[in-house]
Design a protein around this ligand. Structure first.
Ligand code: LLP
Length: 423
C-alpha cells in the first residue's frame, strides 16, 4: 500500500501561486483550495457507479459547482445544503439522483424542500418515513441503516453502534418496511455509513452487513451506498486506502445482490474528506513568537474559530512555514507549539485528543512569516464560527493558475448582521 512521504515543512507556493502574494492580495487567515487535487481524488474513485460528494466537508459554492462539473452527485444534510446544491446548478431529478437528502430528522424547512423539489430522501429514522409518507406518498426512498457497529478517527465521528444516533437500527428494518408500505413508499436504496476517518478493516465489515439488510428489504433495491468515511493521510507515513481493493469488495457484494435479484444494482460512494481535505490550505501569518519556560510558541492569526478539528478531536494537520520573502532560504528546524489569537487556552493547533499540547518540528520563523495549515479542506471552514467576534476567513479557489475569491472575508457588519439593541 502506498504511504505518504515526508511533506515539505517549508513551502512558498500553493498550486503554483506565491503564498506571500496571495496573502498580500487577500489577507490572512485565508483558506485556499487547489482544484487539481480535488479532480485527482475524484479520478481515484471513478470505478464506482456514482460518487456522491458529502458537501458538509466543504460546501463553498465554487467547490460544489466544481464537483458537479466533474460528474459527481451531491449529498445534502440540511435545508441549507439542499439550497447550496441548487445554487451550484444541480438538477433535482434524474438517475442517479443528483441530490440526496440524508438525515436522521426532517426539520420543517427540509421536509418542505424535499417535497417541493421531489428530492430523494435517505431516511435515518422511522419517523421520517411517516412524515414524508403523509405528505408525499408513493415516492422512492433509501434506508440509512446502522449495522450495529461503527468506527471513526475519534469516538465523536463514529456513526454506528448503540451509542450512535445515526440511521435505522438494523433490527428495525421490517418495521420500516411496514411503515413504508402504509404510505406506498418504495425502498429503492440501502445506505450505510459507519463513521468518518475509518480504517480499511472496519470499512470492509460493512459489506457483509449490507448484503444481509438488502436481502431483508428485497428486490425493490436498485442502489446500495457504501457511505463515506475514507481516511486521508494526514501524517507522514500514513497509508492511503487501497481504493482498488475497496472497490473490488463492494463490487463483489453488488454483483451477488444483482444476480439474486436479476436486475442491475448501482454502487454509490459518499466521500467528503477524501475529495476535499487535501486540497485545502489555511494560510495564516505569524504575529508573535514567545517563550514560556522551555516552550516556544508561534502565535498565528487563525484560531479554532477558523479550524476547530485540533481542539475538537486532537486532530493532526501538517504544517509548513513560508518566509515573508517568499524565498526558500533553507532554515534550520526547531520544536514549537502553534497557537492562535483566541482568548482561550485551548486555542492550540498542535494538541492531542484531551487537550494535551504537543510540539511540532518546524523551520525557524520570524514574525511576519506565514504558517500554512495543510489538509484543511474538509471540516475546516465549514465548522468555523465568529467566536471572539472574529470574522470568518476568505476562501480562494485555485484553478488554472488563478486565485478566484470563492468567499469574501466577513466584515464587522457581517458579524453583527441581525443583532439589535433594544430602544
Ligand atoms: N455520509 C454521511 C452520512 C456522513 O455522516 C458523513 C460524515 C459522510 C458521508 C462523509 O464522511 P467523510 O467521507 O468526510 O469521512 N467533523 C469531523 C467529521 C464529521 C463527519 C460527519 N459525517 C471531522 O472533522 O473529522
Amino acid at each position: 500500500m502506498a504511504t505518504v512521504d515526508q511533506r515539505p515543512t517549508l513551502r512558498t507556493e500553493i498550486a503554483g501561486l506565491s503564498i506571500p502574494k496571495l496573502a498580500a492580495e487577500h489577507g490572512t487567515p485565508t483558506y485556499a483550495y487547489d482544484a487539481q487535487i480535488i479532480k485527482d481524488r475524484i479520478d481515484d474513485l471513478k470505478q464506482f457507479d456514482v460518487i456522491r460528494y458529502a458537501q458538509k466537508a466543504c460546501s463553498n459554492l465554487a467547490i460544489v459547482d466544481f464537483v458537479r462539473k466533474n460528474e459527481v452527485c451531491v449529498d445534502a444534510v440540511s435545508a441549507g445544503e439542499i439550497r447550496r446544491a441548487l445554487a451550484a446548478g444541480y438538477r433535482t431529478q434524474g438517475e442517479p439522483h443528483p441530490i440526496v437528502y440524508t438525515a436522521d430528522i426532517f426539520d420543517r424547512e427540509a421536509l418542505e424542500l424535499c417535497v417541493e423539489h421531489n428530492i430523494h430522501v435517505n431516511v435515518g429514522s422511522a419517523d421520517m418515513i411517516d412524515q414524508l409518507g403523509e405528505v408525499a406518498p408513493g415516492r422512492n426512498i433509501t434506508l440509512r441503516i446502522n449495522p450495529g457497529f461503527g468506527h471513526g478517527h475519534s469516538q465523536k465521528t463514529n456513526t454506528g453502534g448503540e451509542q450512535s444516533k445515526h440511521g435505522i437500527w438494523h433490527g428495525d428494518v421490517n418495521d420500516c418496511l411496514i411503515r413504508a408500505d402504509r404510505h406506498n413508499l418504495v425502498v429503492t436504496g440501502v445506505h450505510m455509513h459507519i463513521g468518518s476517518g475509518t480504517d480499511f478493516e472496519h470499512l470492509a465489515q460493512v459489506c457483509g452487513a449490507m448484503e444481509k439488510t438488502v436481502a431483508e428489504v428485497g428486490r425493490t433495491v436498485n442502489t446500495i451506498s457504501a457511505g463515506g468515511g475514507l481516511p486521508i493521510p494526514y501524517r507522514d507515513g500514513d497509508e492511503r486506502v487501497d481504493i482498488g481493493k475497496y472497490f473490488e469488495l463492494w463490487d463483489r457484494v453488488r454483483n451477488r445482490i444483482a444476480s439474486n435479484f436479476g436486475h442491475q444494482v448501482r454502487l454509490e460512494i459518499e466521500p467528503g474528506r477524501y475529495l476535499s481535505a487535501e486540497s485545502g490550505y489555511l494560510i495564516t501569518e505569524i504575529r508573535a513568537i514567545k517563550r514560556m519556560g522551555d516552550n516556544l510558541f508561534y502565535l498565528v492569526d487563525a484560531g479554532f474559530n477558523n479550524l476547530a478539528r485540533p481542539i475538537l478531536y486532537g486532530a493532526y494537520h501538517p504544517m509548513s512555514i513560508c518566509p515573508a520573502s517568499g524565498v526558500d532560504d533553507n532554515r534550520s528546524m526547531q520544536d514549537v507549539i502553534v497557537g492562535g489569537p483566541l482568548c482561550e487556552s485551548g486555542d492550540i493547533f498542535t494538541q492531542e485528543e484531551g487537550g494535551f499540547v504537543s510540539k511540532r518540528s518546524l523551520p525557524v520563523a520570524n514574525v511576519g512569516d506565514f504558517l500554512v495549515i495543510e489538509c484543511a479542506g474538509s471540516y475546516g471552514f465549514v465548522m468555523s464560527s465568529n467566536y471572539n467576534s472574529k470574522p470568518m476567513a476568505a476562501e480562494l479557489f485555485l484553478h488554472n493558475g488563478e486565485a478566484f475569491v470563492a468567499r469574501k472575508r466577513q466584515s464587522f457588519e457581517d458579524i453583527i448582521r441581525g443583532e439589535a439593541i433594544p430602544s
